[in-house]
Design a binder for this molecule. Sequence first.
Ligand SMILES: [Mg+2]
Length: 313
Amino acid sequence: MADGTGLPARRPLNTGANTAAGAERSPGAVRLGPVGDVTGALLDLDGCTWFGGRLADGAAEFVRDLRAAGVRVGFLTNASIAPGARFAAMLAEAGLPCPADRMLAPLDLVTLDLRSGSGRWLAPGAPVLTLAADAVRDALAAAGADVRVPEPGAPDDPLPAPTDAPAVLVGRDARLSYRDLTLATRTLRAGARLIALNGDARIPAGDGDVVPGPGAIAAALGIASGVRPEVVGKPSRAFFDAALERFGMDRAGTVMIGDNPFTDVAGGIAAGLRTVWIDLGAFRDGAGPDGSERPAADATVGSMTELRALLAR
Ligand SMILES: [Mg+2]
């Protein structure tokens, strides 16, 4: 627990643990166009490595080339509906082998913290009002949290009284209702912390469509309650630090690759990494959620195929 994140100590290099995932050799470096030499690559999932579970063109080949050159590869997703192991299995099923310990999702940070007992996010055994998918509820309970969920109710029923939970945790939850928002607001006003698995206001839903993300739900609760949300996932520094530690990556040699300039690129820069922005058009205009300017990445490309073409150039 060297970094206080509650994550296991970094594993020694070259253990051969990932040979099944694509022949990761002893640490090597590869030149990636204007990014320079890199020894580690962190990849975002949605809008970068895949689109709704379908691999992006060139993604499998790019990762294969990196691994063949001895570059460490890990995946850093803000997805808030399940633990990272679920996404690792889905990635493998889609055709890109990924060991479970090479994937980190915000929920993993919370459950690792619970198991370590550090109490950074949640204290073991303490109640947490959970507005999130079933897989999130299950993982939190398995890691030792006392998971409380909203009672179902009809729109005409009296609105629920606050719980005594010291924390409210928000992920993407398709069941969310006005009753749930009221319960959470009242619980927050009674003194609870507001923990958002990520701060993403919008989640791309394909063809330019978006749906509200946990950041939008947390923002609504924050406005209603006056309690400021604490974000677990990107762009939080703790999330990037945990990934470097878990994947055994060297900060100075690692590049963060993603499509969201305000989480992937800004978070990567703040964590001291080099960055690649995959520009799909959605973030070309407009400022960040807090009005900030779009940060400049070391390289900007239009696709993984284009990024792969920068290898060893
Ligand atoms: Mg993305």
